[in-house]
Design a protein around this ligand. Sequence first.
Ligand code: SF4
Length: 72
Amino acid sequence: MENTKKEYKINKEKCIGCGSCSLTCSEGTEMDTDGKAIVISSAKLEECGGVDVCPYGAIEIDNGEEIDEEEE
Ligand code: SF4
């Protein structure tokens, strides 16, 4: 099993929906119905440059860990 590949995700809080990533990397990302980007292929996005594809820092590496949003 290949388990070393990075998984990417879009941080929808940071994504402003500029569409740049889907133009730069149409095989890796596309625009979702909410006007923000989604990752459709982490492997393709990696080839396009990964997190650097988004000038706004909205593309993040997702290691598959669940993020607990605990409020104190
Ligand atoms: S380039 Fe970044 S801010 Fe623009 S749509 Fe893609 S993820 Fe969102």
